[in-house]
Design a protein around this ligand. Sequence first.
Ligand code: PDD
Length: 299
Amino acid sequence: MSRIAYVNGQYALHGEASVHIEDRGYQFADGVYEVINIDGGRFVDEEAHLDRLDRSLDELRIAWPMSRRAMKLVMRQVVHRNMIKDGLIYIQITRGVAPRDHGFPHGIPPSIVMTAKTFKSLPAEQPDDVGVAAITHPDIRWSRPDIKSVALLPNILCKQKAREAGAYEALLVDSAGYVTEGSSTNVWIVTKNNEVVTRAANENAILNGITRQAFIKLMAADGLSFVERKFTIAEALEAKECFITASSTRIKSVVSIDGKPVGNGHPGETVARLRRLYWTAAEAGGVLPKVPTNIREKR
Ligand code: PDD
């Protein structure tokens, strides 16, 4: 079966789909994106992802390319045409196509691309009991990583450093010595007092992950003690557990940082418990509010 992509109003063969060379996404990384999990044919926390897309677009003053309702229809078409049951959908919106000039062009429509692929995460009952290694890296990104922009050059350089070190993720550390997030994930620790800790999302220092928000909600419902605060790599190494979350990764234990073991060097109980909670939630379409607030886009 051929993969199908959606590009600016048309469905095209994935291998032949293309955008204009003067698309500002290509020229300036002038665009935003979302990655949404599909579980059993259902989008996981769809409204929360579209709300964050709305926020990213608003921050960069890019218009919605279509109404939210139409966007949802196209998302479903892309999933349907690619016959995806479990996978990921990728949505990218840029400011559009215009002769190269740094200032915003006037009167051009934004560009939109959607692709989807099958991607099956391990079943809940089969725990990912190996865990992954991480390295540390200075957070060399701009001061607005809260915007889900396609400008990911620092992130990809950090991820590559991790790969070359035989690790899965790079944990980014700010100039004050605190962990912000991973190159493509949010980072958490579980302290010796069984408190789950992750950095707050209110200072624009991290991307407020949708998976992050879902885990916070699941933890509250499950009675796990949770706090949003900064933590250092030394604290992460002292912690019982360290883990990362993202739509594609979902949740993974980080069992070593820069070659040193975290806790006892093995995935722990909290991650196993959170994993089960999240898998159940994902099958039901997620846990975040279904009724969006503060919607400004065209309907
Ligand atoms: N990455 N932080 C960064 C820097 C990210 O790139 C991501 C997501 C996250 C987690 O966000 P969410 O839970 O909404 O997926 C945190 C996506 C999956 C990617 O770029 O592929």
